[in-house]
Ligand binder design. Structure first.
Ligand SMILES: [Cu+2]
Length: 157
């Protein structure tokens, strides 16, 4: 009987100690939280608006986004359904334009006879591509040598 009494009392004491620990830890967390929040508020007041610093990155977002994701430094034109997409592409000087044929029939990029820059590729089967780097500013019309009704323009600035 006496042993049972001792066993019952023991958990009571330990649980009492545990409660003190929990209260102490909670109090510590609250105090640290208040100090952290106060110091954060002070910094914001001293240094003004910290959100103004990283606004410079939005200025360089004028580059045309390529259709595909194959080449990072160039621009992509998709040849699909007997059409160029985009048919009118504007790039900066030095940009490599890559045409990729997604049709089951072959296509062939060919600059128009009046174009100041000549760029004519070989026949592209499905999945094949042709690349040309434009180093001269101007508007350069092209077509498909196999299907003369397909037209496109590369504008270099
Ligand atoms: Cu074609």
């Amino acid at each position: 009987m006496e042993e049972k009494m001792e066993q019952n009392e023991a958990p009571k004491e330990s649980s009492g100690n545990t409660n003190y620990w929990v209260i102490g830890i909670i109090a510590l967390v609250v105090v640290v939280g208040i100090i952290w929040y106060a110091s954060k508020g002070k910094k914001g007041g001293l240094y003004g608006t910290p959100a103004a610093a990283p606004s410079q990155s939005s200025q360089s977002a004028t580059q045309p986004a390529p259709n595909g994701t194959q080449n990072q430094t160039g621009s992509a034109v998709t040849v699909k359904n007997f059409a160029f997409s985009p048919a009118d592409l504007t790039v900066t000087k030095g940009t490599t334009v890559t045409w990729t044929n997604e049709d089951s029939v072959p296509h062939q990029i060919a600059s128009d006879s009046g174009s100041a820059v000549s760029f004519t590729g070989t026949q592209m089967s499905q999945g094949q591509s042709f690349s040309f780097t434009f180093d001269t500013a101007g508007a350069f019309p092209y077509h498909c040598a196999i299907h003369p009704t397909m037209h496109g323009v590369i504008t270099v600035k």
